[in-house]
Design a protein around this ligand. Structure first.
Ligand code: SAM
Ligand code: SF4
Length: 317
């Protein structure tokens, strides 16, 4: 049995979310990547480096890796990144969060490289609203990408919808139906005032999930709470599945957080909402041994706080 990383508060850590680039081909109005420093060519981790980090992480008991960004698919070598991780023994769940715009061309290549499943961001089915939210007029490409991902076997496919007041909050049931028709799970995400979100966006577009939750409770035939995070999942009579992803300031969310993050420039980040990082890629490039890299992982886990406690609640104006 592989060793488990466990923090001071008894939380096991078995997930790693790797940002493979800060670059993106969209400009979503709410994106918390807005303030991220672009990753320079020499700063960006190579597929081999990411594979080595995945191996070290796996030997410490990490079994789930999610690739994110920026937009992972803008990296021309993204299939190599996937292949370098899928070659690592012990990774049981290898997934990617993507805006889906390039999946029509890439889904089979990514599946062949070992990607198991994808989350595709889809806030609206209205082309005009899609353009307004993402800055790109390419809803049709994303829909094609979703079909390609399903054909390539990247399942279960999840659709990520950020709930936005006055923009898509009346469209939830249309997206529920669309997700059901594609046998996908719809994740409705509450807008977060994370570091990097443009000024004023939260005040203008934030919509709490509680009204939707009340409607789902009335319609659902079954509700389960996932072990990994405090996310209720609703099973509707017509077969639709809807998950609600609440804000990170929620202590119940933190109490079940089992993951670390790796930034696109190779730093371990202890929490999405906190600034602390530990450099991993610097030591790796200076010739650190696997044991030395494991010590950095252990230090990061030891530094985890019990829950995210901002000076001021970031999700209230
Ligand atoms: N580019 C990829 C995408 O859009 O799916 C991956 C990176 S994106 C930062 C990951 C997820 O975070 C997306 O589902 C996106 O909708 C969500 N997201 C971005 N900014 C957010 C915010 N301020 N509040 C809540 N979710 C946000
Ligand atoms: Fe941010 Fe993803 Fe939108 Fe790009 S596609 S702007 S990374 S949320």
């Amino acid at each position: 049995m592989r060793p488990m990383l466990v923090d001071r508060f008894g939380r096991p850590v078995d997930g790693l979310r790797i940002s493979v680039t800060n670059a993106c081909n969209f400009a979503c109005i709410y994106c918390h990547m807005e303030g991220a420093q672009p990753t320079g060519r020499e700063e960006q981790m190579s597929p081999e480096e990411i594979g080595r980090i995945a191996k070290v992480a796996s030997e410490l008991g990490i079994t789930k890796i999610k690739l994110t960004g920026g937009e992972p698919t803008v990296r021309p070598d993204i299939a190599d990144v996937v292949a370098s991780i899928s070659a690592v023994e012990g990774i049981k769940d290898l997934s990617m969060t993507t805006n889906g715009s390039m999946l029509a061309d890439l889904a089979y290549e990514l599946a062949d490289a070992g990607l198991m499943r994808v989350n595709v961001s889809l806030d609206t089915l209205d082309p005009g609203k899609f353009k307004f939210i993402t800055g790109r007029d390419c809803l049709a490409d994303v829909l094609d990408g979703i079909e390609a991902a399903l054909d390539a076997g990247l399942r279960p496919l999840k659709l990520n919808m950020v709930l936005l007041k006055g923009l898509n909050d009346r469209e939830v049931w249309r997206l529920v139906d669309f997700a059901r028709s594609r046998k996908a799970v719809l994740q409705v995400i509450e807008l977060v005032r994370a570091p990097g979100v443009p000024e004023g966006v939260f005040e203008r577009y934030h919509a709490p999930l509680k009204d939707l939750e009340a409607q789902l409770v009335l319609r659902a035939i079954r509700v389960v709470r996932r072990e990994l995070q405090d996310r209720p999942k609703f099973f509707l009579p017509n077969g639709a599945e809807v998950e609600l992803v609440g804000p990170v300031h929620n202590t119940a969310f933190c109490a079940k957080c089992r993951r670390l993050r790796l930034t696109a420039n190779g730093k371990l980040k202890l929490c999405l909402m906190r600034p602390e990082t530990l450099d991993l890629i610097g030591p790796l490039r200076s010739g650190a041994s696997d044991e030395e890299l494991k010590a950095i992982f252990r230090k990061a886990v030891a530094m985890r706080e019990p829950f995210y406690k901002p000076a001021k609640d970031p999700n209230r104006p």
